[in-house]
Write a protein of this length. Structure first.
Length: 460
């Protein structure tokens, strides 16, 4: 309260005392006091003075009781105001901690209600800044992540910590297919995509909460605990749903968790969109534009990574160097568009035969390199024969013509004993054996031996 309030209070109480003092002579006349005595100037003056003194004493008493409490409240508010102004520029809100600034007011009167409201406002302000800092740190951390899987792991870890969830997953939609980007605390995260709860919500754009009554038994095959509360929150960017965050807890989530999660999704949506764009650019930069397999530059990086891993683990690794027979004749006879069809079909055949962890790259022109981690020379020969046979049995349609293509393959492999072998050495050895395959009739696989320096080789 301002000084004007106490000034008005003093004026009101003194005025009331004077009014009572002025009316007192008339009042006592009703009790038999002679009129001459009651209306005597000295008696009237005495009653007026008494009324003034009583009014002033009442003001002094009220001021003594109320002013310290109001001053304490005003001082606390001024302190918070100053701390807020300083924290706005410094970012340090520790001086606004409710434990330091709250008013210890236990009375249940109106001033006590004001103090309680002030404390509640202080706690609400502190909680708002805590949530703001939480969202800011979350967004700042994710904004520096461009690797898609690293982003997913970091985001899920922070979301679980903030929500105190025991299990969770981030599910992402790419080109119409749903995949699990990251998961924690789940036994079989891929089965989320088959769950009725996810299927029912995947086309929605709002958060959904599934709360299970206490004591209800559920099938906990997807989790390492029995969930009691599950939150499904969409990850959106410019209104488009990119994926879902699924969090599960053995206890009910805190009241603020369902409200805070959508706010955090704004930062996650932006970071995820940036990571997806980066991943697409990386994929485009790594792929051969014609065949869709790795280009030579990026493919050799993957080749060297697998070779280093094989050396560390003392495991074997084999490579195939594949060349399409008489490819120049196809280009010269039927044109380069027909040659492109042959290259695309040959790359697709290789892709269908190879394992998920194998590396396929276009080495140049009509040559392909295939890296087979963990494969011995014998394993590589079996794979090469399957590829050679599949290509030889394939037909490429060019107008009314049906082209039959064959391939020659040279193989090289590491010893699997941890001996250092460079990628260039393996390719050189495979190239020598490819030369042997060409020199001895084509449409064959050579996995052993060295070429005869006197052998002649016609044009590819």
């Amino acid at each position: 309260m301002s000084k004007h309030v106490f000034r008005a209070l003093a004026l009101g109480m003194v005025s009331m005392g004077l009014v009572v003092g002025a009316a007192f002579p008339l009042f006592v006349m009703g009790f038999g006091v002679p009129k001459a005595t009651a209306l005597a100037p000295t008696f009237i003056a005495a009653t007026l003075i008494s009324g003034f003194v009583v009014g002033w004493l009442n003001f002094a008493l009220a001021s003594w009781i109320v002013r310290p409490r109001l001053k304490k409240l005003a001082t606390g508010m001024q302190h918070v105001r100053g701390a807020m102004q300083q924290a706005t520029f410094s970012g340090d809100w520790s001086s606004c901690d409710p434990a330091m600034c709250r008013l210890d007011e236990r009375d249940e009167d109106e001033l006590g209600a004001v103090a309680h409201s002030y404390n509640a406002l202080l706690y609400a302000l502190h909680e708002a800044h805590r949530i703001e800092a939480q969202i800011r740190d979350f967004t700042k951390t994710l904004s520096s992540k461009l690797d898609l899987h690293e982003l997913g792991d970091q985001a899920l870890s922070m979301l679980q910590a903030n929500a105190r969830a025991q299990g969770g997953a981030i599910v992402l939609e790419r080109q119409g297919d749903w995949t699990v980007l990251a998961s924690r605390g789940l036994n079989h995260p891929e089965k989320i995509l088959e769950s009725q709860a996810f299927i029912a919500n995947q086309d929605q754009t709002i958060q959904n909460r599934i709360t299970l009554p206490p004591g209800m038994m559920v099938d906990a095959v997807l989790t390492q605990f029995v969930p009691a509360d599950v939150l499904l929150t969409p990850i959106k960017n410019h209104g488009l749903v990119l994926g879902w965050v699924i969090l599960a807890s053995a206890q009910a989530f805190a009241e603020d968790v369902p409200r805070v999660l959508p706010l955090m999704m704004q930062g996650l949506g932006l970071a995820l969109n940036n990571a997806l764009l980066h991943d697409d650019l990386q994929r485009v930069a790594a792929l051969d534009p014609l065949t869709g397999i790795y280009n030579r530059r990026f493919g050799f990086k993957r080749f060297e990574e697998e070779l280093n891993r094989a050396e560390r683990n003392r495991s074997s690794l084999a490579i195939l160097l594949l060349d399409l027979d008489h490819f120049k004749r196809i280009n010269d006879t039927y044109g380069h568009l027909s040659g492109d069809k042959v290259l695309i079909q040959s790359a697709n055949i290789c892709r269908e035969i190879l394992r998920e962890g194998d590396v396929l790259l276009r080495y140049g022109g009509e040559e392909f390199v295939i890296v087979l981690p963990g494969a011995s020379l014998h394993d590589a020969k079996e794979v090469a024969e399957r590829i050679r046979f599949a290509i030889s049995q394939s037909i490429v349609r060019v107008g009314d013509q049906a082209l039959n293509v064959t391939s020659s393959i040279g193989i090289a492999a590491t010893s699997g004993q941890g001996l250092i072998t460079t990628a260039e050495d393996l390719v050189a050895q495979a190239d020598q054996r490819l030369y042997m395959a060409k020199a001895t009739g084509r449409n064959k696989v050579v996995a052993e031996g060295l070429p005869d320096p006197h052998a002649s080789l016609a044009a590819h």
